[in-house]
Design a protein around this ligand. Sequence first.
Ligand code: FMN
Length: 184
Amino acid sequence: MKILGVSGSLRADSHNTALLRCAARHLPEGVELEVWDGLRDVPPYDEDDDVDPAPQAVAAFRAALAGADAVLFSTPEYNSSIPGQLKNAIDWVSRPFASNPLRNKPVAVIGSSTGMFGAMWAQAELRKVLAATGARVVDAELSVPKAQAHLGEGGSLAPEHDEGLAGVVSALLEETRPKVTAAA
Ligand SMILES: Cc1cc2nc3c(=O)[nH]c(=O)nc-3n(C[C@H](O)[C@H](O)[C@H](O)COP(=O)(O)O)c2cc1C
């Protein structure tokens, strides 16, 4: 089983990318998390360019999403909302609506910021946008506030948040595993 990690930050020392790496530590045997690194290359959305073949970076994002069983987003908050480049990339892959690679895909959203509220509003908006694409948004949350205090340079996460992170990962896996239907 494969989970794609998507960080909303382009920053080399991003707390949100670090949070995805922390999430990987909670995965059971047989489940891998690959952090997508193509966000910077996605061009600005232009409906005139939304044709076949798609721009290379867009095609690569679509393929990465299609090849994943689930997606874990980790987003910073910019001015109380989703970073523009992340929203732009989701806009690209949301079309065509009926066959977009997020449709029916289990997704979870976590986030971190240097502020007091851990990107809560950005996460709420991201969940709304992902639901609009048809993704199955898991009802589990993790906000890591004061990122510089709670996310260590060596990749450590404060225990109270690490516990919450394990809970989100577990909820995402639960949503992803094939549902076993009871025999009649
Ligand atoms: C343009 C801009 C706007 C920001 N707005 C917010 C905000 O509304 N709320 C917040 O908590 N932090 C805000 N921040 C701080 C970011 O959350 C902080 O830089 C965070 O560490 C970025 O995530 P990263 O470490 O993954 O790059 C803002 C930062 C920038 C650059």
